[in-house]
Design a protein around this ligand. Sequence first.
Ligand code: SF4
Length: 165
Amino acid sequence: MGASAASPPTRRAGARVAGLKVTESVCPYCAVGCGQLVYTRGGELVDIEGNPRSPINQGTLCPKGAASRQLVQQPGRLTKVRYRRPGGSDWEELELEQAMDMIAERVVAARENGWQDADRQGWRVDRTLGFAHLGGATLDNEENYLIKKLFTAMGAIQIENQARI
Ligand code: SF4
């Protein structure tokens, strides 16, 4: 066995994650799906690192993935639904249930307002041009499959994804 690159004080100090609970996870940011090791102490998040056992990233993380701890602990993180009315200049806080109801009402109205039974040539189309769907890069194959099924079933024809890879 060769000489260690670590100095005696460094070896004595030990790893900063020593004694912490470690849980394997996947970076939530993009479809590369890098493996992560999530370190916690008493249920509190302490550190997130790349998982060397992952064949995808082999222990590395890009700057975004390396900062994913901020998704949970960044003090400016929004935890309530915020809504700005049409023409309004101030944000209002809404309960999640109320916001979900408002979204559902708008989806139904947009679908009906943009509905077409037939196109200009008279061909039957049974579709809506009232809304489209643009997926984000963090969506995985399974989520994209379900989104495509849902929006197609509602009559949408413009369904796209901003794939990162
Ligand atoms: S955001 Fe970076 S670390 Fe996360 S999955 Fe994508 S490439 Fe990997």
